[in-house]
Design a protein around this ligand. Structure first.
Ligand SMILES: Cc1cc2nc3c(=O)[nH]c(=O)nc-3n(C[C@H](O)[C@H](O)[C@H](O)COP(=O)(O)OP(=O)(O)OC[C@H]3O[C@@H](n4cnc5c(N)ncnc54)[C@H](O)[C@@H]3O)c2cc1C
Length: 292
């Protein structure tokens, strides 16, 4: 690891000033679970590390019945799991947190850090995109909201400027009778995903599907939002048979990239079908139960 200067601001204002001063030479430090490994491997060699650990305002999460969930960027996976905020509509977030790494990583890794890491095999980017989150960023130029669908810009790349700090992840309030679920396939529990699927279903008054969405993870360098698979469900009475058809549409729609570590495109395509079906079934069950 190359040497660097460790900076520990005690307010967001100070952190913003440090990022404005040092720009590309600086990196924000959250849980350090990815960044420190990259520094040890010399994939990243920042001259300044701006640790956000003293910024209490980034470590809280709250629910608002109109605005939905606001999750501070420094909220750890473990904190979010224990928060009691993840009801059936946000069920996919709870599912994703359960399958990330292990207890040690989940105690220090943060939601903001994992989104900013933008690892194509990471879990959280898929769920924030599927839930149409807004990512709130701050810099010396002010605050701005970036739609999650536009936030992930490719392999380890986000839409953040080099001096911007992600401060909140805002998950919009979901209509009643919404259920969501996340399914991941990895060789061992806690490994990075080979393929994953995040699905959401909202039922209308007559019990038919009013809205559906699906995101496939690890198939490309950023989360893949599907169009055809959800459209199979919309305006139909949801049944296991309709869900199987939607999963088939997902299989047809996704052309995963092959890679030397995780396998061929054909292999991953089969996983897409299986995980799409499982996540839809689970999201549908949650629309009926109303609990996570
Ligand atoms: C053994 C192991 C197994 C893992 N398995 C999985 C897994 O199965 N699934 C999965 O999704 N992840 C996995 N991870 C990664 C883990 O989820 C990390 O915690 C996460 O990727 C980064 O979160 P962090 O808080 O540690 O961020 P850091 O490592 O501190 O930062 C990551 C990057 O984001 C930037 N950053 C962090 N916070 C902000 C912010 N607020 N504003 C702007 N930039 C910011 C940093 O500068 C850095 O570039 C694993 C990690 C380990 C060590």
């Amino acid at each position: 690891m190359r040497s660097f200067e460790y900076l520990r601001p005690t307010s967001l204002d100070e952190a913003v000033k440090l990022m404005a001063k040092h720009g590309r030479k600086a990196r924000v430090l959250a849980g350090g679970q990815s960044l420190l490994n990259m520094m040890k491997l010399r994939i990243a060699s920042p001259e300044y590390l701006v640790d956000l650990c003293e910024l209490d305002e980034l470590t809280t999460a709250e629910a608002d019945s109109r605005q939905g969930l606001r999750i501070g960027a420094m909220v750890t996976y473990h904190q979010l799991q224990k928060s009691g905020l993840l009801n059936s509509a946000y069920g996919m977030v709870g599912d994703a947190l359960e399958v990330i790494a292990d207890e040690q990583v989940r105690h220090v890794g943060t939601l903001g850090g994992s989104c900013c890491q933008a690892d194509p095999h990471g879990d959280t980017p898929n769920v924030v995109v599927a839930l149409e989150a807004e990512m709130e960023a701050v810099s010396s130029k002010g605050r701005r909201l970036i739609r999650a669908g536009k936030f992930f810009a490719g392999l380890l790349e986000t839409a953040l400027a080099s001096d911007e700090i992600l401060v909140n992840i805002r998950l919009p309030q979901q209509p009643a009778s919404t259920g969501s679920a996340y399914e991941k396939f990895a060789w061992r529990k806690g490994d990075y995903a080979i393929i994953s699927a995040a699905s959401l279903i909202t039922l209308g008054n007559g019990g038919q599907c009013a809205r559906a969405s699906m995101v496939i993870g690890s198939a490309r360098s950023s989360p893949l939002v599907l169009g055809r698979a959800p459209s199979v469900l919309v305006d139909k009475k949801v049944t296991p048979e309709v869900i199987a058809k939607a999963a088939e549409a997902a299989f047809e729609e996704v052309e995963p990239e092959a890679d030397a570590i995780y396998g061929s495109s054909e292999y991953k395509k089969e996983l897409v079908r299986t995980l799409a079906e499982r996540s839809l079934l689970s999201a549908w069950k949650r629309t009926q139960r109303g609990i996570n």
